[in-house]
Design a protein around this ligand. Structure first.
Ligand code: HPA
Length: 269
């Protein structure tokens, strides 16, 4: 594989189904200090180098709590990726949301328990700002493109649970009281790790089911069925978003490391 074949500026992290929209030219596994990444496909979309990473593995055999998030995000960074668009299936906690809806979260709450959550376990001590967990520029484009296809919830709080079980009705009631709108198992630490490396990250979620206790018993089949149904819409939004991402970044995401370390605030422009 040539050097250019192993470079990409935009990445899509998602489930199976999205990959078919790309004409894949290269597939690579990248070595990182955290292990080898999952297979990453690289292709060209509208003149842009795009990496596609199926976060549950190519055979969809890795459960949420076993995903090697650090290897995956580090690998994308190593390939040159600056922008990540994630896709996530979510359960709806907000009763104004319904299965099939598109949601672009603006904030998140982390209820994971046992996942390696940072690249910064050693000096220099690094506290990244997470006031705006999702890149505002990517969010703006995702919202704009989603609106062209149909209704979209432009503000939502995403809560990430450890899984792999679904939640109890009492947990969902608690999340509702905390202001959460949707629940999933894979958004954290993906978003955190991307920001830790100064990469832009935003997610496009689709509601696959009403959360536990709001609707009937939950089945994984329900999630898979809905993901098949919304896939054409998702593909279109992702494709149009890739085409509209400006070459250079107009956000602050790349400053995260500098601002997160002693002495960083002074140079923050
Ligand atoms: N809970 C957690 N994760 C999910 C759900 C849910 O209801 N639906 C899809 N992913």
């Amino acid at each position: 594989m040539g050097a250019a074949g192993r470079r990409a500026s935009i990445a899509i992290i998602g489930g199976t189904g999205l990959e078919e929209m790309f004409n894949v030219s290269e597939v690579t596994n990248v070595g990182t200090p955290y292990g080898i990444s999952y297979a990453i496909s690289i292709c060209e979309v509208q003149g842009r180098r795009v990496a596609f990473l199926p976060r549950h593995g190519r055979k969809h055999d890795i459960p949420p709590h076993k995903i090697n998030f650090r290897a995956n995000i580090y690998a994308l960074h190593k390939l040159g990726v600056e922008r990540i668009i994630a896709t996530n299936a979510v359960g709806a906690i907000n009763s104004n949301f319904k299965p099939g809806d598109i949601v672009i979260p603006h904030d998140l709450i982390d209820f994971t328990r046992q996942r390696p959550l940072t690249f910064y376990d050693t000096a220099p001590v690094t506290h990244i700002d997470f006031t705006e967990p999702y890149c505002p520029e990517l969010r703006r484009i995702l919202i704009e493109k989603a609106r062209e296809v149909g209704d979209v919830h432009e503000q939502a709080v995403y809560v990430c649970t450890e899984g792999p079980r679904f939640e109890t009705p009492a947990e969902i009631k608690m999340f509702k009281l905390l202001g959460c709108d949707v629940v999933g198992m894979t958004g954290v630490p993906e978003a955190t790790l991307a920001r830790e490396l100064g990469m832009c990250y935003a997610t496009i979620c689709f509601v696959s089911n009403m959360a536990a206790g709001i609707a009937n018993r939950l089945t994984y089949n329900e999630v898979l069925e809905m993901s098949k149904r919304v896939m054409p819409k998702l593909r279109r939004i992702v494709y149009e978003t890739i085409s509209s991402i400006p070459e250079t970044r107009n956000c602050q995401c790349h400053l995260s490391i500098k601002l997160g370390r002693v002495g960083g605030a002074g140079g923050a422009t």
